[in-house]
Design a protein around this ligand. Sequence first.
Ligand code: TRP
Length: 453
Amino acid sequence: MSDQTNQRGNWNTKLGFVLAAAGSAVGLGNIWGFPTQVADNGGASFILIYVACCLIVGLPVMVAEFAIGRNTRRNPVGAFRKLGKGWFPPLIGLWGVLCGIMILSFYMVIAGWTFSFIFEQLFAQLGFMSASEWVTRMDSGPKNAFFAILFILATISIIVGGVSNGIERATKTMMPILIAVLVIMAAYVMTLEGSTKGLRMYLLPDFSLINTRLVFSAMGQAFFSLSIGMGALLTYGSYLRKNQNIVESATYVTLADMGIAFLAGLLVIPAMFVAENAGITIIGDDGRLYSSSTLVFDVLPGLFSSMGGLLAIVLGTAFFLLLSMAALTSTISLLEVPVSYVIDEHRVPRKKAAWLVGGLVMVLAVGVSFRTNMISFLYVIFNNVGLPLGGLMLSIFLAWSWKTRNALDELRHGFKNPEKSLFLRFWPAFVTYLSPALIALVLITTLYNLLGG
Ligand code: TRP
C-alpha cells in the first residue's frame, strides 16, 4: 500500500494542496461566470443566495469528495469500486470521468479565447491592426482550434510533471499572481468615473428579485465554481497526507473561491459602468445588462481600447492574462481526473496517459472550435445536469453505502479536537439529507425546464 501511495504522488505541503484545490475552483467560473450571473440576476441578491449554496451544499459535498479520495487513494472509478459493492458505484466515477472530458472540450475553446485576447491591445496600440483583429476573432474555426490546442498542450505539460512537481508547483506560482493582478485592477477601476454606479448595483441587494430561477442558477454556479460533482476534488484528495485537516482545507478552498468571485465582481461590474461612461453600450435589446462573452470579449476590450496607449496595453494584457491563468489552474484539475483514471485502472504511465487523454480532448475541442454554438448545449448537459447528478450520487453513496461513520473516521485524521467540532457534528445530517434533497430539487426542476415543461 505504501508503495502504491508513493508511486501515486503526494502534495508536498499543506498550503500547496489548498492552493491547487483553490486553483481548480478559481477559474472562468469565478472571473467570468460569477459577475455575469450577478449582472443577469439583479445584483447583490444573487451573491447572498450564492454564498448560502456554497456553504450549505458546496462545502459538505467538497468535504465528502476529499474524504473519499484520501481514504481510497484512488481515481474516482477505483475509489467507488473500492468502497462500494456491485457494478453501480464505479459508474458514478465513470460519469465524473466523462463529465471531465466533455467540460474540457468546450472549456479549452473559451480558455483559448482568453489566451489569444492577451495580445489584442499590444498589437492594436503598436499599429498591427490585422494581427489585433485576428486574435479577437471568435468565429474562425482554425484560429479557435489553434489557441485551444496551445492551451491543451500547456495543460498536458503541467500534468506530465506529476502531482507535486507539476500541479502543485504550477498552481503555487500562478495563484498569488492571479490574486495580486485582480486586486490591483479592481482598485484601479474603482478610481474611474462611473464605477460607483456599478458598485451600487453590485452591492445593494434587491430582494424582490429572488425567485426560484435565481436559486437554481446560484446552485449550478456553486457546483461549477467549486469544482464539485465530478470527482476532481476527490482525485486531488487522493494525494493528501493523513496529517492534513480536510475540513479546514475545504473551508479555505471554499472561502478562497467565494472571495475571488466577489473580487472579480468588484472589477467587472464597475468596469462595465466605466465603459458606459466612455460611450460603450452595455444594455442589450432585451433591456438587460450585457453578459457572458459579450461582456468579457466586447465591452471590456472596448473599454481598454478607449483608454489608449500604454494604459490600454497594461490593462488589456493583465486582464486576459488573469483569465488565462485562472483557466489553466482549472483545466489542470479537469484533465487530472481522466488521466488518473487511465493511470490507476489501465496501468498506463503518467506521461502516456496525459498525452492519450489530452489527445482525445484535442479532437473534441477542435470540433467545438468549428461549432462554437455547441458550447451552451454542452454547458447545460455536463454542467447544469452532469455536476449536480454526480454530486447527488456521491452524497447518496457516501451516506447509504460507505456510511458517514466511516467518513467521519477519515475526517478525524489530522483534526486536532474532533469531538469539539460543530462542523463534524452537523456534517452527517447535511450530506445525508439536506444536500441530496436540495440537489435533487434543483436537478428535477432543471430537467423539467429542459424538457420543455
Ligand atoms: N471551477 C472551475 C471554474 O470555476 C471549473 C472547473 C475546474 C471544474 N475543475 C472542475 C468544474 C471540476 C467542475 C468540476 O471555472
